[in-house]
Every structure is written in C-alpha cells, then in structure tokens.
Design a binder for this molecule. Structure first.
Ligand code: R5P
Length: 284
C-alpha cells in the first residue's frame, strides 16, 4: 500500500502506477488555529510505503502524523526532498544540526523500516537514521531528458565544487565535456564565476545542481556564462524548491529552459523519479 503525503501526491500516484500497488485515500486539512489534520481512509497493511517531501515545517508535521498512523506496520519511508538538508553541520556555536534533529524525530517510527532519499544535499545525513537509508541518484534521468533537447557541442557545468560529481555523471551519460565554475572575488561586493578549464564560446551549456532554491546561484552563473559567450544555457536540478521569484530571476538572467524532477511538484518538474523509487522499493 502506498500512502502519498500532501506534498508528494503526484509522485506517489506515479510510483503506485509503476508498482501496480494500491494508493491509499488520505485526507489533509488545516485547523483554524493552523494545526495540521491527517486521516488515512484505508485499512493499513503489514507493509506500507509513505512518500512525503518536506519542503515546509507543516509538511514535516504531516509526515510525523502519517508515521504515527502507520506505526504498527513496517514502513518504507520515501522523502524525495528532505528539508533542512543544508543544515547538516553546526556552522556557528549555539546552532542546531537540524538535519540530524529531523532524522532523530523520524527514527522511532522506523524500527522495522527503511528510508529512501533522493540526491540528499549532504550524504552524511544518512548516518543520522537508525534504520537502513539510501540516497537515490536522479542525475541519469535528468541527463536523459537533456539528451532529448538535441543540444550542440554541449558542456555540462557544475556551479561549484559541491555538484561536480553530479555534473560528471551527467556528462558521461551525455558524452559531453564537463567543468565547474570557479569563483574569483573581484572586490568586497563583486564576484566573477568562470569555468575552470573549458572555453564555452558558442557552445550550449547545461548547469547541473542538486537544487534551485532562491535561484541566486544559478542566476549569477547564467549571467556569467552568457557574458563569456556561451550559446544556450539550460538548468537541470533535482529539487525545484524555487522560492519567491526564483523563476523570474532565472528567466531575466537569460536561461533557455529549466529541467527538474518531481521530488517537488512544480511547473518545471518534467522528469519523474518514480522509476528509481520503484526500483529501490522492489529491492526490499
Ligand atoms: C548549495 O550548496 C546547493 O547545492 C545549491 O547550489 C544552493 O542551495 C542553491 O540555492 P539558491 O538557489 O538559493 O542559490
């Protein structure tokens, strides 16, 4: 039985279709005081699969409610977009390691279960789960979508060293060159970003990253690459968080198109991670 949380309904439906499993009917509401209400309108089975991304605090509460409802079952928990993943370290004294705090809150429900995450920002987060936890890689799926665009003389770029592994995976699927952007501080307020090695003039470019949040990183990268003579610049990201006016920012910077997955259900989520989630669930 597949239980789709409110932020992962589309993906839960797609995973249920791939696996041919029942999709439970659930009800999600918010009380007038802002508290969340959840009901699973189905008899629970011995093994259940919960799919819920946690882009907001309320989504995290919905997830806790689903886990509480299913606590008698063995649970496979899929958190396609795991919020707080960028708070994976104590950066300043007195701060929490919120990614660890979230995993610790989920652990009591997962004694007989498993966790599946997708392109988690910091793989160290897996170690905070007390059950088996895996990190699924959606990069090849995004790369397949890029291949269908028919780009010319393509270069895959990582906006920083952190996404180099993703960029390399995508480049090998696409048979393309690969590089990362190096930041040079020009003054207290000015930073330039340029590819470490490759001259991009008149070449099509796809920038790969794990997520686009405010769009600031990508917008700066697009502007710099276009100023350096790149032809078309596309973005490919696993998690389209896209806060505020991120999409406007990216198009103002001159992006040709944005490709993202359905770990979060947005207008740009044209690549589904359902096949890799289904495969991981079948592995047991
Ligand atoms: C940073 O380490 C991440 O990989 C992303 O590059 C970053 O979180 C994107 O954030 P934003 O869209 O707000 O620049």
């Amino acid at each position: 039985m597949i239980i789709g949380g409110p932020s992962s309904q589309l993906l839960a439906g797609r995973v249920a279709a791939v696996l041919g499993e029942e999709l439970a009917l659930c009800e999600y509401r918010t009380f007038p005081d802002g508290e969340s209400y959840t009901q699973v309108v189905a008899s629970l089975e011995e093994r259940v699969i919960i799919i819920q991304s946690t882009p907001t605090d309320q989504d995290l509460v919905y997830l806790l409610q689903l886990l509480d409802i299913c606590q008698e079952s063995s649970i496979d928990l899929v958190v396609p977009y795991f919020g707080y993943a960028r708070q994976d370290k104590i950066f300043k004294p007195g701060e929490p390691m919120t990614a660890r705090a979230v995993a610790t809150a989920l652990n009591p429900f997962l004694r007989r279960g498993k966790v599946h995450l997708v392109n988690i920002h910091a793989p160290s987060i897996l170690s905070h789960f007390s059950c088996p936890a895996d990190n699924l890689d959606a990069t090849p799926l995004l790369a397949d979508k890029v291949a269908s665009l028919g780009l010319k003389d393509l270069v895959v770029i990582s906006p920083d060293k952190g996404a180099v592994a993703m960029a390399r995976t995508a480049a090998s699927v696409l048979g393309a060159d690969c590089d990362y952007l190096q930041k040079t501080r020009l003054s207290g307020t000015e930073v330039s970003m340029a590819p470490k090695e490759i001259d991009l003039r008149n070449r099509d470019v796809v920038i790969f990253d794990d997520m686009i949040a405010t769009g600031g990183t990508m917008a700066t990268a697009i502007e710099m690459l276009r100023a350096q003579g790149a032809a078309r610049v596309y973005l490919a990201a696993v998690h389209p968080v896209l806060t505020g006016s991120a999409v406007l920012k990216l198009y103002r910077s001159g992006v040709e198109g944005i490709l993202a997955t359905d770990t979060l259900d947005r207008g740009v989520s044209t690549v589904s991670v359902a096949p890799i989630i289904a495969k991981a669930l079948l592995k047991g």
